[in-house]
Design a protein around this ligand. Structure first.
Ligand SMILES: Cc1cc2nc3c(=O)[nH]c(=O)nc-3n(C[C@H](O)[C@H](O)[C@H](O)COP(=O)(O)OP(=O)(O)OC[C@H]3O[C@@H](n4cnc5c(N)ncnc54)[C@H](O)[C@@H]3O)c2cc1C
Length: 461
């Protein structure tokens, strides 16, 4: 592991041909809602310092996309209030503008005579379309910085990887180069004397339409400080034993970091550095965790970045499309609608319990997510309908939903993405199958069902 004093240019992608102007550098924060360990903010600060220009941070809040619910909106608002406080401590002005990116970002750039715009990287189509449309009309240098992946997405691989086994060697080859320490956030260059921020938090909180009124669960708190606390708890209490215990949904064995990683409240690079630094934990536990945190997580961005139709059957391997279409007309023993799934009204008590866990706690156990999505394939009229229902529910209720990992989790389970062909069977074709008896062999299914029986607390969409 090496240390670094500036941002590696390979993290940066230039989005237009315009030169930088003399005015402020603005970091348009979106996916990375944190001040600490944020390569996009660090890059903007470096650019500002280099040109002796002020540094500003803008959060441009567009309309809701991908089924966001009350809990997502509330998570974001709490996170941003903390961002504002942490930026204020460093004398960096923070602005929130409401509206379409193509309107508010150019208007902000004009009002503040901005000299350079820095976006953080997000491969999801809606955000990508907003960013591209905004950068096309910006008259000053505009870049994006991958502050999400340890190895920048475009650097890790130049194509959609076939599977984890093709991606893993590329990660292992490049990791030591990128798993560096973070430089400090340099003090803001000249103070800014332009217009000050005018946002009203109650207006910000009410701006987005939510798909469902599912509230924030009480067991987890949003934001950077809470993310650091969750990391410390994981390192002290759950990292040792992670390899053996992580697949038992009745155990408290996982890191619970996915909501924080999703909202950018913590950097995966910081998590990896912290795990590596722990002493006295078996290597197997660290390796098992790095496989998830680094290989699997960064493979998700790789898939979404390089796959145009990433949330449809077209995004699957050819063998998977063929086998699923061959079994399209197979008789289904049960079929359910989105509403029936949502209200946990299937014949399978275990599936219903998983749905209840997700809706109530905002986070379904990782092993359960595979079973849950595969049963949606089994109990819907077509694979495409299964993908749509699984993504809709995932994105409505999981605190870590509406991001690349959810897309790939669903596409792996239903459409064999990053997986191989298995023994052929009805409905699934050669897609890997999972069943109730397999679950019973893995963990105490009755105990899990007992914990999640209360369907009275589910929410109407
Ligand atoms: C159908 C389905 C849907 C899923 N939806 C999401 C989602 O919306 N958001 C999400 O973050 N993950 C999703 N996953 C992946 C995985 O289940 C979760 O990342 C994990 O359960 C999060 O809990 P944790 O942070 O406590 O996990 P830990 O086991 O502690 O893992 C640490 C981190 O590694 C990453 N990770 C773990 N497992 C995977 C995986 N299989 N693929 C990619 N990255 C992984 C996550 O960033 C996670 O936070 C989904 C998986 C499936 C099968």
């Amino acid at each position: 592991m090496s240390s670094t004093s500036s941002v590696d240019e390979r993290r940066v992608r230039v989005l237009n041909d315009a030169p930088a102007g003399a005015g402020p550098v603005v970091y348009v924060m979106a996916r990375e809602q944190r001040v600490c360990d944020n390569w996009a903010l660090l890059y903007a600060a470096e650019q500002a310092k280099k040109r002796q220009a002020p540094l500003l941070v803008l959060f441009a809040l567009g309309p809701m996309f991908n089924e966001g619910s009350r809990r997502h909106n509330d998570w974001m608002v709490v996170s941003l209030k903390e961002v504002e406080k942490n930026l204020a401590a460093k004398h960096i002005p923070f602005y929130i503008e409401l509206g379409e990116w193509t309107d508010v970002i150019p208007a902000f750039a004009a009002a503040h005579h901005v000299g350079e715009v820095v976006f953080d990287f997000n491969p999801l189509q809606p955000v990508r379309a907003w960013r591209n449309a905004a950068s096309a009309v910006l008259a000053m240098r505009t870049v994006e910085v991958d502050a999400r992946n340890i190895i920048p997405c475009w650097q890790a691989s130049d194509k959609a990887e076939f599977a984890a086994y093709t991606f893993r060697p590329k990660v292992h080859r490049q990791l030591s180069e990128f798993l560096t320490n973070f430089p400090p956030l340099s003090a803001a260059s000249p103070p800014y004397n332009g217009p000050t921020s005018t946002h009203d938090w109650s207006v910000v909180a009410a701006y987005r339409n939510v798909s469902v009124e599912a509230p924030l669960p009480a067991w987890i708190a949003p934001g950077e400080a809470a993310a650091q606390a969750m990391l410390t708890q994981f390192l002290n209490e759950r990292l040792a034993g992670y390899a053996a215990r992580r697949n038992d949904p009745n155990e408290q064995a996982l890191s619970n970091l996915s909501p924080y990683l999703r909202w950018g409240n913590i950097s995966a690079q910081r998590v990896a550095l912290a795990v590596e630094a722990v002493r006295g934990v078996p290597r197997d536990d660290k390796e098992a965790f790095f496989e998830e945190l680094i290989v699997r997580r960064e493979l998700s961005d790789n898939f979404v970045y390089y796959t145009k139709a990433y949330d449809t059957l077209e995004g699957a391997h050819q063998w998977a499309q063929t086998t699923l279409s061959e079994h399209d007309k197979d008789e289904r023993e049960y079929t359910y609608t989105l509403e029936q799934f949502e209200q946990a009204k299937t014949h399978d008590e275990l599936w219903n319990a998983m749905q209840v866990q997700m809706v109530q706690e905002g986070k379904m156990h990782g092993w359960c997510r595979m079973y849950w999505a595969k049963k949606i394939l089994e109990w819907t009229a077509s694979p495409q309908e299964a993908i749509t229902i699984a993504l809709t529910l995932n994105d409505r209720y999981q605190l870590d939903g509406r991001d690349s990992n959810g897309v790939v989790g669903v596409m792996w389970s239903i459409a064999g993405v990053h997986d191989r062909a298995w023994t052929e069977r009805p409905v699934f074709g050669k897609i890997r199958y999972m069943n109730f008896n397999g679950a019973k062999r893995k963990f105490d299914v009755a105990a899990y069902i007992e914990r999640y029986t209360d369907t009275n607390t589910l929410f109407d969409a």
